[in-house]
Design a protein around this ligand. Structure first.
Ligand code: MTE
Length: 311
């Protein structure tokens, strides 16, 4: 896949340059303009604001973020996605757009992406299983994609589906989840400036185990909202049921906002094990923050809602 080059002064960099740039970005010394490198593509990313919430944390090691995964289509263990997803064919890739919007039908992903600005953002990611990572994603705003699709005034939700292909995704031969994996967002959540459709991480294309070639990232919600390998986007007037809600509605709701005050029925959500500086069982346990620390960006959307009921 090629990305649209949005800068005139495009350049290619190698990984060491990328890493040293990351250190500078982290230190707040340069803006987020950075360079995506890979075997077949070069992309200079547009500047994004160096919002401290996006850059202060110590990054999770790339190796940990790409080998400790949840992607049930490739098996139930944390190591299975990295072991089994490599052969999934992600190019070419087609996304079907439909439901209550003007744009309808299949779109080639590469063409679709060429409409949007790709940027890099470092986000804290909190898994419902109480571990967390800090990951530099590259992507474009879901808000831009929504505008491109021109939803009608009846559209209240955006719904996503993962590829269903048991030949390529052996986990789909079992019944751990009613396939395909499904997710949804309320329209205001989809339009929120934090919500990112990602195509890369650590300056490279998304590895298959992390949801190549297109994956949703919603950093104030538990990680399961981040549906991987998306092939369908639909605009709906009714709230869809997401996969985990379908499996265990008493444990997983539609909203899935990170909330240290609402425990999972089987464990506390007050703290999390932050995986940085190499993966180990002794990684530091830190307090989980309301909306994963993104309260300033998102709390308004949930004013007046009982978050113990809408979990
Ligand atoms: N998307 C699909 N299609 N299948 C999955 O099993 N797992 C979810 C989410 N997206 C999942 C998925 C869960 S439970 C988590 S925590 C995150 O992906 C994990 O993302 P990561 O492996 O990139 O950390």
């Amino acid at each position: 896949m090629k990305f649209k080059n949005t800068h005139k002064d495009h350049q290619v960099t190698d990984e060491s340059i990328y890493k040293s740039r990351r250190k500078l970005i982290k230190a707040g010394l340069i803006g987020g303009a950075s360079v995506l490198s890979g075997s077949s593509m070069a992309l200079t990313l547009p500047k994004h604001k160096t919002n401290p919430s996006f850059v202060i944390d110590e990054l999770t090691e790339e190796r940990d973020a790409t080998t400790y995964n949840n992607f049930y289509e490739f098996g139930l263990s944390k190591s299975a996605p990295a072991e089994n997803a490599g052969s999934m064919k992600t190019e070419p890739w087609t996304v079907e757009i439909g439901g209550l919007c003007e744009k309808q039908g299949p779109v080639d992903l590469e063409k679709l992406i060429s409409n949007f600005q790709i940027e890099e953002r470092v986000y804290r990611m909190r898994c419902v299983e109480a571990w967390s990572m800090v990951i530099p994603w590259m992507g474009f705003k879901l808000a831009d994609l929504v505008k491109y699709c021109q939803p009608t005034s009846d559209a209240k939700y955006v719904y996503f589906e993962t590829l269903y292909d048991p030949q390529q995704m052996p986990g789909q031969k079992g019944r751990s989840i009613p396939w395909p994996y499904r997710e949804g967002l309320r329209m205001d959540e989809a339009m929120n400036e934090l919500t990112l459709m990602t195509v890369g991480m650590y300056g490279k294309k998304l590895p298959n185990q992390n949801g190549a070639p297109l994956r949703l990232i919603v950093p104030w919600k538990y990680g399961f909202k981040g549906i991987k390998s998306i092939v369908k986007i639909k605009f709906l007037d009714k709230q869809p049921v997401n996969s985990w809600q379908a499996i265990a509605p008493q444990e997983y709701g539609f909203y899935a906002n990170v909330n240290p005050n609402v425990d999972h029925p089987r464990w506390s959500q007050a703290t999390e094990r932050r995986i940085t500086g190499g993966f180990s069982l002794f990684n530091s346990r830190i307090k989980t923050q309301m909306f994963n620390g993104y309260e300033d960006y998102v709390a308004d959307m949930y004013q007046g809602m009982d978050l113990t009921k809408y979990y």
